[in-house]
Design a protein around this ligand. Structure first.
Ligand code: NAD
Length: 416
């Protein structure tokens, strides 16, 4: 993946474009350029071999004018403050676009979870939670899963937070296992939202969704669930990939079986009846809908021109660079931007938090009904803005998000 521009530079450029289009006051623009708070922590744990393991982590809180900070925690060797800051800013816009009462935050630890034991991951998660304890909490900042963190990670965070508090606080984190207060539908929510956006985009451009061909880059939580749901809705999944490479079958593949193969072998590659292709080739696959669901900067000016999909629904955060955006726009690709297309996860996280605060548990149908309504409304709001301002879906979503946050800042005023 290209590293030509840092994620934070891209986030700043996006904010600049939205601010310009909105005629945003300079003071508010300046305020939104930097996070309200960033905490760097050095997490030291005992490794299984008895030695010290030392990891750098952070929690970045961008803006909370519309409600408590909210955002995932990422474990990856590439995690750094620049990336986490960008992700925290995108969370602010995302919560505003989907219209839930949260601000944006993100956290991360620079580590290689694939090389760590479960015990080491648990100790690292608990130590990290204790080190950011003062700035998180149900009314301050509510973490959630992201790349290489999952429901188990959230359970450790909840337990550590609750042990320090002295009582159980399920509402301090979302994306938990259902047995300890997690919501029905949370595990699939991001992907369901991404597929709802792809479906609405198909309606908008006049493409038949049922039978549409789909390629998915990244076969983790978001990618695998997006492939599964699209398959269940009658789409034909022609290509998928993970960090080890990609597979292609023009006749379509069954994502459930590919998932079983990945669980057994650790990779999607070598799944029977498929051609092995590179990650670049997955992006360039002949298909109607492309779902990037891996990491940032996958679609760049080098490969954007090769994309054949008519619709892109961004499951990942920041998968497309601004230069690639221009190329895709000129090619007439209908792109549903990340801050809309992957907002389903934070939306059901919000529902989980509400259920926890009320000590309630909603059935799956209730969760999905509310999610469907929220996603369809946000999609319509963004399309309407794009038409009115004659701009791309990305700029329209950014404008909508930035405007809602700016309105909240102005209404609250400054203290003292
Ligand atoms: P995950 O760790 O479950 O999956 C990531 C997948 O990407 C893995 O299959 C990995 O093999 C693959 N991958 C890594 N590098 C790759 C490469 N170079 N090429 C192709 N595949 C590669 O993570 P996730 O939770 O599915 O998150 C994926 C993206 O979606 C991230 O950008 C994340 O920020 C975003 N996102 C996640 C959620 C959520 O609820 N989990 C919500 C919103 C956005």
């Amino acid at each position: 993946m290209s590293k030509e521009q840092s994620a934070y530079c891209i986030a700043l450029e996006q904010l600049r474009l939205a601010a310009e289009q909105l005629n945003l006051e300079d003071g508010i623009h300046q305020m939104l350029k930097v996070p309200k708070r960033s905490l760097n922590v050095c997490i030291t744990i005992r490794m299984d071999n008895g030695e010290f393991g030392v990891f750098n982590g952070c929690r970045v809180q961008h803006m909370d004018a519309r409600g408590p900070f909210k955002g995932g925690i990422r474990y990856h060797p590439r995690v750094n403050l620049d990336e986490v800051t960008a992700l925290s800013m995108w969370m602010t816009w995302k919560c505003a676009v989907i219209d839930i009462p949260y601000g944006g935050a993100k956290g991360g630890i620079c580590c290689n979870p694939k090389e760590m034991s479960k015990g080491e991951l648990e100790r690292m998660t608990r130590r990290y939670t204790s080190m950011i304890f003062d700035i998180i909490g149900p009314y301050r900042d509510v973490p959630a899963p992201d790349v290489y963190t999952d429901a188990q990670t959230m359970a450790w965070i909840m337990d550590t937070y609750s042990q320090i508090k002295g009582y159980s606080v399920p509402e301090c984190v979302t994306g938990k296992p259902i047995s300890i207060g997690g919501s029905e539908g949370r595990a699939e929510a991001t992907s369901l939202g991404t597929d709802i956006c792809a479906r609405e985009a198909a309606k908008t451009v006049g493409l038949k969704f049922k039978g549409a061909t789909v390629a998915v880059q990244g076969f983790g939580n978001v990618g695998w669930n997006a492939a599964k749901i699209a398959y269940d809705w009658g789409c034909k999944i022609v290509a998928v990939s993970d960090s080890t490479g990609g597979i292609y079958n023009a006749k379509g593949l069954n994502p459930y079986k590919v998932y079983d193969h990945k669980v057994k072998t650790g990779s999607v590659v070598n799944y029977k009846g498929c051609e092995t292709i590179t990650n670049e080739e997955v992006l360039a696959t002949k298909c109607d809908i492309l779902i990037p669901a891996a990491l940032e900067n996958s679609i760049t000016k080098e490969n954007a021109d090769k994309i054949k999909a008519k619709i892109i629904s961004e499951g990942a955060n920041g998968p497309t660079t601004p230069e690639a955006d221009k190329v895709l726009c000129e090619k007439g690709v209908f792109l549903v931007p990340d801050i809309l297309a992957n907002a389903g996860g934070v939306t059901v996280s919000y529902y989980e938090w509400v259920q926890n605060l009320e000590r309630d548990h909603w059935p799956l149908e209730e969760v999905n009904r509310r999610l469907e309504t929220k996603m369809a409304k946000a999609f319509k709001d963004v399309v309407t803005t794009a038409k009115k301002d004659k701009c791309s879906m990305r700029l329209a979503a950014l404008m909508l998000g930035v405007r809602r946050v700016a309105d909240a800042i102005k209404t609250l005023g400054l203290w003292p």
